[in-house]
Design a protein around this ligand. Structure first.
Ligand code: MN
Length: 231
């Protein structure tokens, strides 16, 4: 087999304590999965989870101890941070039941679902897809993946992000409306999950804008820090 031009390289994420990296298949994201964030976006109640995707090459892979660089994206005047727990799928499947879901998880990481909020808002108003607001180039910073066995009690972990040293978002993973297992159940009913899939599980309240020169430090207890500077 020969190609007309070199194929896009596989995007992969480093794994804590391993030389092998995690090759990424798809990035799924969950919308409005914390009650207080749903409220700040103008919604209430426990609606069924809904999903959108980002392309795998939208990742900004940040190695342990390093600071990633995110270029301020085009077209927006309102770039928002959304700190999220990321679930890394190690074993695929469809129609996975919540009771089995944890066996499909390879590990966890800290991620940022960066959002062109003004463009997303325009698309919402017009009933159009969110792609331009969510799935733009370099919209998904991520830190190293910690294998599940070493990640500690993720379900009860704290999640936060600070911008220039000031708290912006701070919550707990147990406040997820649809917990990790339920999210996998719903997601795998709609798509067949593959090893290499990442799931951004949603963000707590406190989403807000960043500007060029800002430094974001996000974390989930047990998974280390994700540090990103907006260029
Ligand atoms: Mn999000």
């Amino acid at each position: 087999m020969s190609y007309l031009f070199p194929p896009t390289p596989v995007v992969s994420v480093p794994v804590v304590g391993k030389t092998e990296t995690f090759p990424v298949h798809r990035i799924y994201c969950v919308g409005r999965n914390y009650e207080e964030h749903a409220k700040e976006m103008g919604f209430t109640g426990r609606e069924p989870p809904f999903f959108f995707l980002k392309p795998a090459d939208a990742l900004i892979v940040v190695h342990a101890g390093e600071t990633g660089t995110m270029p301020y994206p085009s077209l927006t005047k309102n770039l928002h941070h959304e700190i999220e727990l990321v679930v890394a799928i190690g074993k695929g499947g469809k129609n996975i039941k919540a009771a089995d879901a944890m066996h499909h998880i390879y590990g966890y990481a800290v991620g940022l679902d960066m959002t062109r909020r003004d463009l997303q808002g325009e698309m919402k108003k017009q009933g159009r897809p969110w792609c331009i607001g969510k799935a733009f180039d370099l919209s998904a910073p991520i830190g190293p993946i910690t294998p599940a066995a070493q990640a500690g009690d993720v379900v009860n972990a704290e999640i936060y992000v600070q911008v220039n040293g000031q708290d912006r978002q701070r919550s707990h993973i147990h406040k997820l409306i649809w917990n990790i297992a339920e999210t996998i159940e719903h997601l795998s009913a709609a798509w067949e999950l593959q090893p290499g899939d990442l799931i951004y599980t949603g963000t707590p309240e406190g989403v807000a804008a960043v500007v060029s020169g800002d430094t974001l430090v996000g974390a989930v207890t047990g998974l280390g820090e994700l540090k990103v500077r907006v260029a």
